[in-house]
Design a protein around this ligand. Structure first.
Ligand code: AMP
Ligand code: ZN
Ligand code: ZN
Length: 410
């Protein structure tokens, strides 16, 4: 094992952070289950069809595989926070990677770290809080929302985001936490890695570069499980490997330049990124802008409160006046800001299967060699609560949708 001094310092620093938090109301016991959830950003449900992934293939045999359907918009921040809370983005409030909260008069964006750490912008109850409130210690490594003080608490262990921390150092952190004395050992760990999303954007989902990255991730997952197997509690741990969304192919020939159709002087706020945006228009301009966008081919536009019910979106004031999304494989840009990426996500996840994400799970709570039908990512929260034997907060998720993957004895 690479117990780097750096990693130990990292752990000690986190425990210091943890000490600032309120102590759990009751203490955990050895017999309580363990759950370790990893999100690999942008890991499309069928990437393994085009790559050599022996570790993921054997995980599938040892446990459960399912195609997981993200929530709309199929972007990183809304979906990671949905995975943590079981709430649709409209209900937890992280409605896009960047948004404006009219009630609070605050902007949120991934690049504005202060906003990302501002707990008042996050609704619902993340599972790391649900666990803590019921006496289970929790740890997070870069999960969206984990840096924010939500409900006046964090996970017992949490960090400031560091995109560059290598995968193997992340494994070391997880290993070290699970080696802590039982009274301070987390029973829930949520950790994150930003690939293959970055490679998928840059080269496109069917590129040799994505294939190589997926194979690299599989090799690292092999190292992860080798480390986990050394833990005396290995047989008690439930593992989930999942993702926030998939990836779709783009082409410069399939591009809509939005300001060819609307006068940008009529727009007050535009937030989002290809292929999905929320727009606030200037007073008196709503119908002009809406009617103009309605006629544009290869995009959909909806007024606030009038999106199709299956998208569960557009009622939160943070979605502003209009929501615009491109049809699958199409891009929406603005003159002077035309992107060159070969892949993206954000499309309607129900009509575009390329948006679907992976779900692998194995451990004592799960059946072996079990293929679950596809399920919505809101259902993960009640599933995690069930595995941890804790009571979930109210959510949009339904345990019934996913409990078939659990061992009946659990
Ligand atoms: P996107 O593809 O635009 O939806 O977002 C993906 C990017 O989100 C990743 O490449 C990361 O840089 C970033 N990201 C993911 N999680 C976090 C986080 N907890 N804090 C800051 N940035 C994050
Ligand atoms: Zn993502
Ligand atoms: Zn992305």
């Amino acid at each position: 094992m690479r117990f780097l001094k750096q990693t130990l310092l990292f752990i000690l620093a986190s425990l210091t952070i943890a000490n600032c938090n309120a102590e759990p109301k009751k203490s955990q016991t050895k017999s309580q289950p363990y759950l370790v959830v990893l999100s690999l950003d942008g890991f499309r449900w069928n990437y393994t069809d085009e790559a050599n992934t022996p570790v993921l293939d054997s995980l599938r045999k040892a446990g459960v595989f399912a195609e997981m359907i993200p929530s709309f918009p199929s972007k990183t921040f809304p979906n990671h926070y949905t995975l943590a809370t079981g709430l649709y983005p409209d209900h937890h409030g992280i409605v896009m990677n960047s948004f404006y909260a009219p009630g609070l008069k605050k902007f949120y964006s991934v690049s504005n770290r202060k906003s990302v750490r501002n707990g008042i912008l996050y609704g619902g109850e993340p599972i790391w809080n649900t666990a803590r409130k019921q006496g289970l210690r929790s740890a997070t490594l870069f999960w969206v929302g984990s840096e924010a003080n939500i409900q006046n608490m964090h996970a017992n262990i949490w960090y400031r985001y560091n995109q560059k921390l290598p995968f193997t150092d992340r494994i070391d952190s997880v290993y070290t936490w699970l080696s802590l004395p039982e009274n301070i050992r987390p029973h829930l760990i949520m950790w994150y890695y930003p690939e293959p999303d970055g490679t998928g954007h840059h080269y496109g989902p069917h590129s040799p570069e994505v294939k190589k990255m997926v194979e690299q991730l599989d090799t690292w997952l092999g190292e992860y499980f080798t480390a986990m197997r050394r833990l005396p509690i290995f047989n008690q741990i439930n593992f989930i490997i999942t993702s926030d969304h998939g990836m779709q192919s783009l082409s410069p020939e399939r591009t809509v330049i939005l300001d060819k159709y609307v006068d940008t002087a009529d727009l007050k706020i535009v937030l989002g990124s290809n292929p999905v945006y929320n727009i606030k228009v200037k007073p008196g301009k709503l119908d002009i802008v809406y009617n103009a966008l309605k006629k544009v081919a290869h995009i959909k536009v909806w007024k606030h409160d009038s999106l199709p019910a299956y998208l569960h979106y557009g009622h939160n004031p943070r979605t502003l006046d209009l929501t615009v999304v491109a049809d699958p494989r199409w891009s929406i840009y603005w003159s002077g800001h035309v992107g060159h990426e070969k892949g993206t996500h954000g499309y309607d996840p129900i009509t575009d299967r390329a948006m679907h994400a992976i779900f692998y799970a194995a451990g004592p709570a799960f059946k072996n060699d079990y293929q679950e039908h596809s399920f919505k990512n809101v259902d993960l929260y009640p599933l995690m609560a069930k595995i941890l034997h804790i009571i979930p907060a109210p959510s949009d998720g339904k345990l019934n949708e996913v409990k078939g993957m659990l061992n009946p004895q659990h």
